[in-house]
Design a protein around this ligand. Structure first.
Ligand SMILES: Cc1ncc(COP(=O)(O)O)c(C=O)c1O
Length: 224
């Protein structure tokens, strides 16, 4: 443990996670890449991308991380919103000031922050960590969904095109392109300062590209 009784060192956190049964199927660690051309194009913060679209197995994606625990016959956590819960927990347990901003692609009937906080607190308990979460600590935005889940917006098409053109990285049409549309908007409206650093988590979803072939042809033809 570190000096602050509520935080833990990275090494200790890893050792607690390592105690949980797990099938090692993902290609880890996934790359953390600096995106110099995207950073320059947007003229804002330094943008890095965590490439969880490169976890291997059937075109990659964040689900492989969850499956490592489920396949080990240990249902780690059920339900959605696992990724933002895990990130919020990691940041708080390690005592980092990093702000975790979730951009949801779904209009939920009820506020997801309560559920994400519950998952993060339950995971902390499972790992024997002295941290809990309230919904107010979770930042989850639904302002970039557009019409509804799974329907591309003009902004997410443009985000996909921009990232493909500048970095040669293909976002997916349902999740990461809407998250990138959110990040671009936050940069444009100066919610994120020029001197800050952002890590964009690319959660995968690449197989969806095939189902969106028509939409993507349209995106390729649209001017930025
Ligand atoms: C590509 C992609 N990204 C993100 C998510 C959301 O994952 P989670 O429920 O872990 O937040 C999903 C869930 O299906 C997904 O397919």
């Amino acid at each position: 443990m570190t000096n602050d009784k509520h935080t833990i060192s990275r090494k200790h956190l890893q050792s607690r996670i390592d105690k949980i049964a797990r099938s090692q199927i993902a290609h880890l660690p996934t790359p953390l890449e600096f995106c110099p051309r995207l950073t320059e194009e947007l003229g804002g913060p330094q943008i890095w991308m965590k490439r969880d679209d490169c976890t291997g197995l059937a075109l990659g994606g964040n689900k492989t991380r969850q499956l490592e625990f489920i396949l080990a016959d240990y249902i780690y956590l059920a339900g959605a919103n696992i990724t933002p819960a895990g990130l919020a927990l990691g940041a708080k347990a390690l005592g980092r000031k990093t702000k975790v901003i979730g951009i949801t692609p779904i209009h939920w009937d009820e506020d997801r922050s309560t559920d994400i906080a519950r998952i993060a607190s339950a995971t902390a308990e499972r790992l024997g960590l002295d941290v809990t979460f309230s919904p107010e600590e979770i930042h989850n935005e639904d302002g970039y969904v557009g019409e509804r889940y799974g329907v591309m917006t003009p902004e997410c098409r443009q985000a996909m095109k921009l990232v493909a053109q500048t970095e040669g990285i293909i976002l997916d049409p349902v999740y990461s392109s809407k998250a990138m549309a959110g990040l671009i908007d936050h940069i444009h409206c100066k919610r994120i300062g020029e001197n800050e650093t952002v890590v964009f988590l690319h959660t995968g979803g690449t197989p969806a590209l095939f189902a969106y072939a028509e939409d993507l042809q349209l995106a390729a033809g649209e001017a930025l």
